[in-house]
Each structure stands twice: as structure tokens, then as C-alpha cells.
Write a protein that binds this ligand. Structure first.
Ligand SMILES: [Zn+2]
Length: 197
């Protein structure tokens, strides 16, 4: 995961509060990605997924808990091999930690300069904590391509499910596999499905 997550940006409008780039990243993220995400038409109340040629982006607007502080847009960039569920779990951890540390401060001002530098340590924590506490690892087999896959599913997808099994579409190669996941985080069946849009 440490090698897959390449970029993190936290901000709103023209303000960036935190910007992190994986030192191992060979891909350059530019300001255009940030501007496009922040100006995305729509409410951004759920994760938007964008696939570029050599990286992926996930972004969404996340409200601070109990309305304390400013609503911000979180942007995560990763390698094409990184699963969206992993990126979203990383974002979940980061946003929770962020609002825990900084919510009070946003009530005053937003020009704090180095104050946010310390958050880099929390990004490091994420690489340890997210696989342990925010993700469930499962294996599945796709009969179309006769391959086994290791998949990561957000724990919150199971925890917040209104009913079981939870459906999840796993897109790979040129097709999609529909998985059914039970309350224990195990797959209870899968089928290749047609795609439209
Ligand atoms: Zn397949």
C-alpha cells in the first residue's frame, strides 16, 4: 500500500491545507487534477473515481463530524494497480484523523503554514493502520479469465451495509465481476456481468 498510494491533497476552493506526495512516486500530479476535482460538477457526497493512463484518482467532499469546522475535499492518487476500495479506506482514515486534529482550528483561520506539517506522520500511520483496521482481504476467482485475485474491501462497506449480501463490482481486464459479500466479509458467490453506461 505504501508503494501504491502516491498522492494526497486536502483543501477546498483555492486553499490547500495539506499536500503530500509519495517520495517513491515517479508520476507527477499537477494542479490541474486538484482544480478539476475541486470544481467537479456535482455534490461530491460520494467518491468519484477517475482512471488516467498511469494513475488513478479518488476524490470526495467529507463533512467534519458534528459540523465542527470546514467541509473539505480529499483527493487521493494511486498507481493503476491500487484498488479503489484501498484508496477509499485510506481516505476514510485520513479524514477521520484530520478532523480529530484540526477541526477546532478551522473555526479561526486557515493560514497556518507549517502547522499542518505534522500531519505527515499520520500519513505514515495510515500505511500501518488502514490494512489492519479498515480493510478486509479476500480472494476470489473469475471464471471468465480463469484467474484468482486478492481483493481488499473496506470494512465500512460491511459495517454500514443495510442488508446482506453486499454487492461489489470488480472491474479488471476488459470485463467486470459481480461479487456478493456476506456479513463476515466472505464472498458468497460471483458472476461475470455485462456493463452499460
Ligand atoms: Zn476476469
Amino acid at each position: 500500500m505504501r508503494n501504491q498510494i502516491l498522492y494526497l491533497n486536502i483543501g477546498i476552493g483555492s486553499e490547500t491545507f495539506f499536500n503530500w506526495r509519495n517520495p517513491a512516486a515517479t508520476i507527477t500530479f499537477n494542479q490541474i487534477d486538484v482544480l478539476n476535482a475541486r470544481n467537479y460538477p456535482g455534490k461530491l457526497s460520494y467518491s468519484i473515481h477517475i482512471k488516467k493512463q498511469d494513475y488513478k484518482l479518488v476524490f470526495r467532499k467529507i463533512d467534519p463530524p458534528k459540523g465542527k469546522g470546514k467541509t473539505l475535499i480529499f483527493i487521493v492518487g494511486a498507481t493503476p494497480a491500487c484498488q479503489y476500495q484501498v484508496m477509499e479506506a485510506f481516505m476514510e482514515f485520513i479524514s477521520e484523523q484530520w478532523y480529530e486534529v484540526y477541526s477546532e482550528l478551522f473555526l479561526q483561520s486557515s493560514t497556518f503554514g507549517n502547522l499542518f506539517e505534522g500531519f505527515k506522520e499520520i500519513v505514515e500511520d495510515a500505511f500501518k493502520e488502514v490494512p489492519k483496521r479498515y480493510l478486509i482481504k479476500m480472494t476470489t476467482r473469475c471464471s471468465s479469465c480463469a484467474q484468482n485475485f486478492v481483493l481488499y474491501v473496506k470494512k465500512s462497506l460491511i459495517d454500514h451495509a443495510e442488508s446482506f449480501p453486499v454487492a461489489l463490482v470488480f472491474e479488471h481486464a476488459d470485463h467486470a465481476l459481480l461479487l456478493y459479500i456476506d456479513s463476515q466479509g466472505h464472498t458468497r458467490g460471483e458472476s461475470t456481468v455485462d456493463i452499460t453506461g
